[in-house]
Design a binder for this molecule. Structure first.
Ligand code: NDP
Length: 447
């Protein structure tokens, strides 16, 4: 027990205990690489086997979701809630409805959430859930029936002081409303059991915008620390969902020029930049009319690059805001060759380990999602606070709080990740996020 913990030994044990979960292995390895040297310098964490305990979810709930489609046929999906760690507050994290959802993906997301939620400094633990249900192409009534069946299984495991889910890919305000309606029907309780609710029944202003806005704020802080700013810089944004469109909006407000947004079929490239007016049209196209980006070329006098990602276009900044592992080593090389100076993740784990290595080797500033996209969950926690005191804060109050939280997360990363010549934001985020949760776990004894 006196020898140092090694990354190889730790990872071999983790992989043996969790076979065939590549996304989970990837997320844990990234944390282990920065946290294990820190643990070796602080034997109290090693003796209590905190990292081993932190990588095992508190509880994994898995259930059947049966529902009837519009043809009257019975459909069956797999539903999950991974309650990862409640050392510093009730489990908190989104629900994802997507065909790609499985336990490995939810465990990686729940594990990342532990560090992200700790970084916000708010009293929230970590969880993640969802189903392998694909809402694309489903009617509103099918989505409603699915959400009702999903909540019928989930409701007994959640509560305002137990576990408070939110949205994620495929779960927006409409789905949260159906889920909340069913929770209320089953429990006869109107309580803060979900965040991302509509304003009429307990939602918070700027929750929708918070993840994307927060990501742009984080980039601004990172650039400021290095003597730059977003103003006048060109930016590539991937995705065209909630995070991407609001990230683009804040970049524009901060004086940057957004050249792209994308979806899973290709990239919309607007060489003159997407201005606020075009962004409003895009929001209408994607959010209200649920159309594909390929239909927007006429409207924008732009090119749609079918089957292509944004990363081959020359730009100063990159904001991957779509999904995990969307920016590979090859993409990172393209960004570097085109003079990109900084990357800030809006999505969870969008850059592969090869891409991150390349950023490091070439001094490209890089912000990991657990720090840069924490704005969403932070405003979710503020939604819980507003519900508890039965008050609503103004948009200006909330945006100031969000901005302050992102600055604070940046400062924590600098404090724990500054190695004189540069800031290692991964190390900074991992160690800062780890300490708070680890100290709470130590205080509780062996549980
Ligand atoms: P949305 O469902 O609103 O949007 C997802 C976007 O990503 C869509 O434009 C989608 O395009 C695109 N996309 C999905 N898969 C791929 C792919 N394989 N290749 C390229 N594009 C793809 O989700 P969000 O914006 O809410 O979430 C995006 C990311 O941000 C996720 O990683 C999520 O976990 C993370 N995140 C979200 C938070 C939130 O508050 N919503 C909080 C923190 C993190 P298409 O329409 O073609 O599928």
């Amino acid at each position: 027990m006196n020898e140092d913990l090694t990354i190889e030994h730790f990872m071999a044990g983790l992989i043996k205990r969790n076979p065939n979960e590549s996304e989970f292995h990837q997320a844990v390895k990234e944390v282990a690489e920065s946290v294990i040297p820190f643990i070796n310098q602080n034997p109290k964490y090693k003796k209590a086997r905190i990292l081993e305990r932190m990588t095992e979810p508190d509880k994994v709930i898995s259930f059947r979701v049966a529902w009837e489609d519009d043809q009257g046929d019975i459909q069956i999906n797999k539903g999950y809630r991974v309650q990862f760690n409640n050392s510093i507050g009730p489990y908190k994290g989104g629900l994802r409805f997507d065909h790609s959802v499985n336990l490995s993906v939810l465990k990686f997301l729940g594990f990342e959430q532990t560090f992200k939620n700790s970084l916000t400094t708010l009293p929230i633990g970590a969880g993640k859930g969802g189903a392998d249900f694909n809402p694309k192409g489903k009617s509103d009534r099918e989505i409603m029936r699915f959400c009702q069946s999903f909540m019928t299984q989930l409701y007994q495991h959640i509560g305002p002081n137990t576990d408070v889910p939110a949205g994620d890919i495929g779960v927006g305000s409409k789905e949260i409303s159906y889920l909340f309606g069913q929770y209320k029907r089953l429990t006869h309780q109107f309580e803060s059991v979900l965040t991302g609710k509509a304003l009429e029944f307990g939602g918070s202003l700027i929750r929708t915008e918070a993840t994307g806005y927060g990501n742009a704020y984080f980039m601004e802080e990172m650039l400021k620390h290095a003597g730059h700013s977003i103003k006048g810089k060109s930016a590539l944004v991937s995705g065209s969902g909630n995070v991407a469109l609001h990230c683009a909006e804040k970049i524009i407000q901060l004086g940057g020029k957004v050249l792209t947004v994308s979806d899973s079929s290709g990239t919309l490239y607007v060489p003159d930049g997407i201005d606020q007016e075009k962004l409003m049209l895009l929001k209408d196209l994607k959010i209200n009319r649920k159309q594909r980006l390929s239909g927007a070329t006429e409207l924008f006098k732009s090119k749609y690059l079918e089957g292509q990602k944004p990363w081959s276009i020359k730009s100063d900044l990159a904001f991957p805001c779509a999904t995990q592992n969307e920016l590979t080593g090859t993409d990172a090389k393209l960004l570097f060759n085109n003079g990109c100076i900084a990357v800030s993740e809006g999505a969870n784990m969008p850059c592969t380990p090869e891409a991150i290595e390349l950023f490091k080797d070439n001094n490209i500033l890089y912000a990991p999602g657990k720090a840069s996209n924490a704005g969403g969950v932070a405003v979710s926690a503020l939604e819980m606070s507003q519900n508890s005191i039965r008050m609503s804060w103004t948009e200006q109050d909330l945006e100031e709080k969000l901005h302050g939280i992102m600055k604070n997360i940046h400062n924590q990363c600098v404090h724990h990740g500054d190695d004189k010549s540069r800031v290692d934001y991964i190390k900074g985020a991992n160690i800062a996020g780890f300490i708070k949760v680890a100290d709470a776990m130590l205080a509780y004894g062996v549980v």
